[in-house]
Design a binder for this molecule. Structure first.
Ligand code: PGA
Length: 252
């Protein structure tokens, strides 16, 4: 049985003070067992939030990183730095990074390899645009993205990943993929992982769904066999909504 994972992607929201307040409230909330909970605040709040989360089962992740440990790369943050700030997870290849910051899957691949070398758990995002879905290319696109970002990995490394299927048209739009559609793509991703890394590895990798996950649609999504949790954007900014999603996931 794969333990569900609920990861909150805060994007460019919350000052340090707001992030600390959220972390204190989440720590004090009565969270159910049986669900891994990760929050991914902006870089500026990581260290302070790590301090609050000490002794709590809630874990910490970053939203991006450079693949090198240090160097003349103005504006970038390295795997050593996010580890130092208290992170165990890092979101890689989010569609907003690809859309607005020119990230490619070749670049994502370097980051995935580096994150694993630094004992970080990469949350690797894949997902098609609306145009790609409407032209029937979802599987082709997702399989190319997955092959690109996981190139060169061995089964042992792949077994330490988390994958998030995030259809671009469902992110921040209020349009969720139907649970049946999300299950179909998540299942397809698991089959691809099995082809590349073997069935045992594929069975252990949590495959999340992301894109307008809310308290009122979470349970239906989580009930599907290949949806092992959610990467939550907007609804992760509010402690009440986020804990409701965690409860929905813990029920499966
Ligand atoms: P959303 O974002 O939940 O606000 O749609 C999800 C994400 O971008 O990870």
């Amino acid at each position: 049985m794969r333990e569900p994972v609920i990861a909150g992607n805060w994007k460019m929201y919350k000052t340090t003070g707001q992030a600390v307040q959220f972390a204190e409230e989440l720590k004090a909330a009565d969270l159910p067992g049986g669900c891994r909970v990760v929050i991914c605040p902006p870089f500026t709040a990581l260290h302070a939030v790590a301090g609050i989360l000490k002794g709590s089962p809630v874990e910490l992740g970053a939203q991006n990183m450079h693949h090198l440990e240090e160097g003349a790369f103005t504006g970038e943050v390295s795997p050593l730095m996010i580890r130092d700030a208290g992170c165990r997870y890092v979101i890689l290849g989010h569609s907003e990074r690809r859309q607005y910051f020119g990230e490619t899957y070749r670049g994502v691949n370097l980051k995935v390899v580096s994150a694993l070398e630094h004992r970080l758990v990469p949350i690797v995002c894949v997902g098609e645009t609306l145009q790609e879905r409407e032209s029937g290319r979802t599987e082709e696109v997702v399989s190319r993205q997955l092959a690109g970002s996981l190139a060169g990995l061995e089964a042992g490394q792949a077994g330490r990943l988390i994958i998030a299927y995030e259809p671009v048209w469902a992110i921040g739009t209020g349009r969720t993929a139907s649970a049946a559609d999300a299950q179909q793509v998540n299942r397809f991703i698991r089959d691809l992982l099995a082809e590349s890394f073997g069935r045992d590895t594929a069975q252990t990798v949590p495959i999340l769904y992301g894109g307008s996950v809310k308290p009122d649609n979470a349970a239906e999504l989580m009930a599907r066999p290949d949806i092992d949790g959610a990467l939550v954007g907007g609804a992760s900014l509010d402690v009440g909504g986020f804990t409701a999603i965690i409860r929905a996931a813990a029920g499966y």
